[in-house]
Design a protein around this ligand. Structure first.
Ligand SMILES: Nc1ncnc2c1ncn2[C@@H]1O[C@H](COP(=O)(O)OP(=O)(O)OP(=O)(O)O)[C@@H](O)[C@H]1O
Ligand SMILES: [Mg+2]
Length: 277
């Protein structure tokens, strides 16, 4: 479904080139769920933008469904941390936005948006505006917009980092249910160890910048809400924490991961004002 082969990426800044990714290789099977985790500034968001075709690799190759990506792909959705909601459009119009951009006729796009909103529990808020929604509801609206597109690959950049722990867990449950029901391939970036282990069938640990594959952890036990209470879940969290420990040390002592959902991320030195988020 998605394959990175020796992918590197350099940002051109005013004074110099900044290497964000340094030869990253991995593959995600169709319908699988891959989580990317790693120190702050190691290139996670960059990897996601490359997977969506919004950036082109400086070296190596990104293949989606067997094809090199020379432009954004219609059948990929991207959910950013700030949701990208338009304040002057209703919930229904916001959910239909991706379809509007793809020039789907009004009636069809509203039907698909309505169905997607229902699946995330927003069926009663079609005519509300984003400012009238809570943070968790806005997050679900952003998710509905991606679902309405009926895409085969959904890329998510820390989609739940702005919500509190309880809500975050219920949204994680929702993501799990939707992934099972819809069968899309999921690529998710997170700073949370627990979230990675709950949602990732495989977990890719990136090294400090320039990001390279540091570890790839198989997590066959994931897939049910009950996993969160399982001894195997805690063991997997420990395994991931160990894999991250070395990388965290290397990342300018920026505490890059969250413990129990509490953000402890320091601003890593060297991380410029151009964060892709
Ligand atoms: N548009 C840009 N122009 C120049 N440099 C950039 C740009 N976007 C990101 N970078 C730099 O590339 C590196 C990787 O950035 P990226 O946003 O991919 O990291 P990240 O792993 O997502 O970090 P975080 O966990 O903090 O979100 C960082 O050093 C960042 O400063
Ligand atoms: Mg990022």
């Amino acid at each position: 479904m998605l394959r990175f082969t020796d992918v590197s990426y350099e940002y051109q800044t005013r004074n110099a080139a900044l290497q964000a990714l340094g030869g990253l290789s991995f593959a995600v099977e169709e319908g699988d769920s891959l989580v990317i985790i790693g120190p702050s500034g190691c290139g996670k968001s960059t990897a996601l933008l490359l997977a969506c075709g919004l950036l082109q690799p400086s070296g190596g190759e990104v293949l989606v469904a067997g094809r090199p990506l020379d432009a954004p792909r219609q059948s990929t959705a991207l959910i950013l941390q700030d949701f990208g909601l338009l304040p002057w459009k209703t919930v229904l119009q916001n959910a239909a936005l991706g379809l509007e951009i793809r020039k789907v006729a009004r009636r069809e796009r509203e039907n698909r948006a309505r169905a997607a909103l229902q699946s995330v529990g927003l069926g009663d808020f079609l005519q509300a505006f984003p400012r009238e929604l809570s943070g968790g509801m806005r997050q679900r609206l952003a998710l509905a917009r991606a679902l309405a597109l009926d895409v085969s690959l959904i890329c998510m950049d820390e989609p739940l980092s702005a919500v509190d722990t309880m809500l975050r867990e219920s949204l994680q449950d929702l993501l799990l249910v939707l992934w099972h029901e819809r069968g899309y391939t999921s690529l998710l970036v997170t700073h949370s160890i627990e979230e990675a282990v709950f949602l990732g069938r495989r977990i890719l640990v990136l090294s400090a910048r320039p990001g390279r594959l540091s570890a790839l952890i198989d997590n066959p036990g994931m897939g049910t809400a009950a996993y969160r209470g399982d001894a195997a879940f805690y063991a997997k969290c420990s395994e991931l924490r160990r894999a991250l420990a070395g990388e965290g040390d290397a990342a300018n002592k920026g505490n890059a991961v969250e413990e129990n959902g509490v953000a402890s991320k320091a601003v890593a030195a060297g991380k410029g004002a151009f964060d892709a988020r």
